[in-house]
Ligand binder design. Structure first.
Ligand SMILES: Cc1cc2nc3c(=O)[nH]c(=O)nc-3n(C[C@H](O)[C@H](O)[C@H](O)COP(=O)(O)OP(=O)(O)OC[C@H]3O[C@@H](n4cnc5c(N)ncnc54)[C@H](O)[C@@H]3O)c2cc1C
Length: 294
């Protein structure tokens, strides 16, 4: 059953209607979202989120939609996109708003000779999505450079110090408490152009083997002591196809949409993988990706 949401009470907030999630998500599937809000400032975000909560309207926050699976039916749940919360202020470290994309952040770091975020190279994320997911690469995760996170939570905006962010492998407290990330103070160090180039090249080289095509990146978290991709590969599932999607032959933790896959194709593959790995290794894989609600 779809929830009803009356847009007329929200006309003053920046928004778009009939947003094609298949065009905006990196996996390239899903129907339309009826409404997407684009707060232009922290103040607008706070006013919007307080009103939605006051009206008891559930909402869903999106960054660059690189780790989400949108539903085929589309969604009536209003989406709140951070794309326009996009400034960066560089000082000792940097204050970065949630909608800043990894590429933009790295360019700004380079221009200001600041190092520490190079591991984000090639991760198609916004800062907010990375902070929520505790994104990382090559053994470095974003929590390592977080000083504090600015959030909207229960009607207030507040700074959460790193120790209260509940960070662990692919986990943050924000997954539990529903806080919306608005920005963060990052710890960065001074570095020369050469030092920054060297670090970037290291992370760039590590990504060269990643599968091309539409995907959500890694679908499953690595269970303790195992690689999810390895378990899937050893279960003989590389190349397994369902409709328009298949398990990548290069990296078994990636599902690629190469032929107009539906959400259902991908969900079916996910269940097949979970059951096969369970049967073979008695391990129940847990998704890293997140599902956009109806
Ligand atoms: C080709 C490819 C390669 C990838 N490589 C990597 C990799 O190397 N390492 C890695 O860690 N990940 C990787 N990913 C996964 C993905 O890029 C990361 O998880 C990223 O952090 C998601 O950021 P996003 O802005 O796209 O978030 P979205 O996909 O839009 O959202 C992801 C989740 O975060 C929540 N969220 C987003 N913004 C906010 C906010 N401001 N406040 C509260 N919640 C929010 C959403 O509600 C959702 O639950 C890859 C993905 C692809 C497609």
């Amino acid at each position: 059953m779809k929830r009803s949401f009356n847009l007329s009470a929200y006309e003053t907030f920046s928004h778009k209607t009939d947003f094609a999630m298949s065009k905006h998500s990196t996996v390239g599937c899903g129907g339309n979202a009826r409404t997407v809000f684009y707060p232009q400032s922290v103040a607008e975000a706070k006013a919007l989120l307080s009103k939605l909560e006051g009206d008891k309207i559930p909402y869903y926050v999106i960054g660059n939609m690189s780790n989400v699976l949108p539903p085929d039916e589309g969604t009536e749940t209003p989406l709140v996109c951070t794309a326009n919360l996009n400034g960066v202020t560089v000082g000792e470290g940097a204050f970065v708003y949630a909608g800043v994309k990894s590429g933009a952040l790295l360019s700004i770091c380079k221009r200001n000779q600041k190092s520490g975020a190079e591991f984000l190279y090639g991760i198609p994320c916004t800062l907010g999505g990375a902070l929520f997911m505790n994104a990382g690469a090559g053994g470095t995760y974003i929590d390592e450079i977080v000083e504090s996170v600015l959030v909207y939570h229960k009607g207030e905006t507040k700074l959460v110090s790193r120790k209260d962010c509940g960070y662990s492998y692919k986990h943050s407290v924000f997954m539990k408490n529903g806080a919306v990330i608005l920005g963060a103070a990052l710890k960065l160090t001074d570095a020369t152009d050469e030092e920054i180039e060297k670090k970037e090249s290291f992370f760039k080289a590590r990504r060269a083997h990643l599968p091309k095509g539409k995907s959500m990146g890694c679908v499953f978290k690595n269970p303790d002591g195992f690689s999810a991709g390895d378990l899937i590969e050893r279960s003989g599932l590389k190349g397994l196809r369902m409709g328009g999607a298949y398990v990548s032959n290069e990296h078994a933790n990636f599902i690629i949409n190469d032929k107009n896959a539906t959400e259902k194709d991908i969900k079916t593959l996910i269940m097949l993988i979970k059951n096969a790995v369970l049967a073979q290794y008695a391990i129940w894989l847990e998704e890293e990706i997140r599902y956009i609600p109806l």
